[in-house]
Design a binder for this molecule. Structure first.
Ligand code: ADP
Length: 201
């Protein structure tokens, strides 16, 4: 099974691209959804985080107080590394488990923050959806009713376009219409099917 990661900055068009892959029948796994699932109450990663960081990070139902954790790791970088060392192996294992349950030539794994953190995901290729900041701002302002300043602030917190492009095996420059994005995905779909087919030989 060929695993293709999709990443890109906020509003670059990751979800729109993933939606098109899904329309073509490609299974799509979302790393953000997995990151939430693995810390659900009672799951090993949830227990481990509470064990390491303390009961004050548990919610009443035994889950994780994600916003409290976010605040802590934001102010203490070592804690961020420590938290990631608990969560990443679990996320990777869960991605691999979900991939192994699939029977398709290839699958898409959407990983919004691939360039920002630990890059060692179980992927065969990385597809970067690229767009200039101006378009990111316009699109997110429209999508989320967010101010341009807020979107700009998030863009600055994220990896640079250059960093992201350096890790790309494939790039979609999402500067045209939605139809041209769909066309680019359709082309890559053929390419990935060929690669997956060659892997099977
Ligand atoms: P991401 O998942 O990377 O944050 P989205 O896929 O949600 O970004 O795209 C951000 C917004 O821009 C969405 O409302 C989406 O429909 C829109 N969008 C994406 N690509 C295009 C495009 N090529 N033309 C116009 N709108 C687009």
């Amino acid at each position: 099974m060929l695993a293709v990661g999709i990443t890109g900055g906020i509003g670059s068009g990751k979800s729109a691209a993933a939606d098109r892959f899904a329309e073509l029948g490609v299974p799509v796994i979302d790393a953000d959804v997995i990151a939430r699932q693995i810390v659900e109450p009672g799951r090993p990663a949830c227990k481990k985080v509470i064990e390491v960081f303390g009961a004050e990070f548990a919610t009443a139902d035994g889950g994780l107080d994600r916003s409290k954790l976010r605040k802590m790791v934001f102010s203490v970088p070592e804690k961020k590394t420590q938290l990631e060392s608990i969560l990443h192996p679990e996320i990777h294992a869960e991605i691999l488990r979900q991939l192994s349950d699939l029977s398709a030539p290839y699958a898409i794994v959407v990983i919004p923050l691939l360039a920002e953190g630990n890059r060692t995901y179980p992927l065969d290729r990385v597809l970067v959806i690229d767009a200039p900041a101006k378009l990111q701002i316009d699109r997110v302002s429209n999508r989320d009713n967010e101010s341009a300043q807020e979107v700009e602030r998030i863009i600055h917190l994220q990896a640079t376009r250059k960093d992201r492009l350096e890790m790309a095996d494939d790039v979609i420059s999402n500067t045209g219409t939605k139809q041209s994005l769909r066309n680019s995905v359709d082309e890559l779909h053929s390419k990935y099917l060929t690669i997956a087919d060659d892997m099977g030989d």
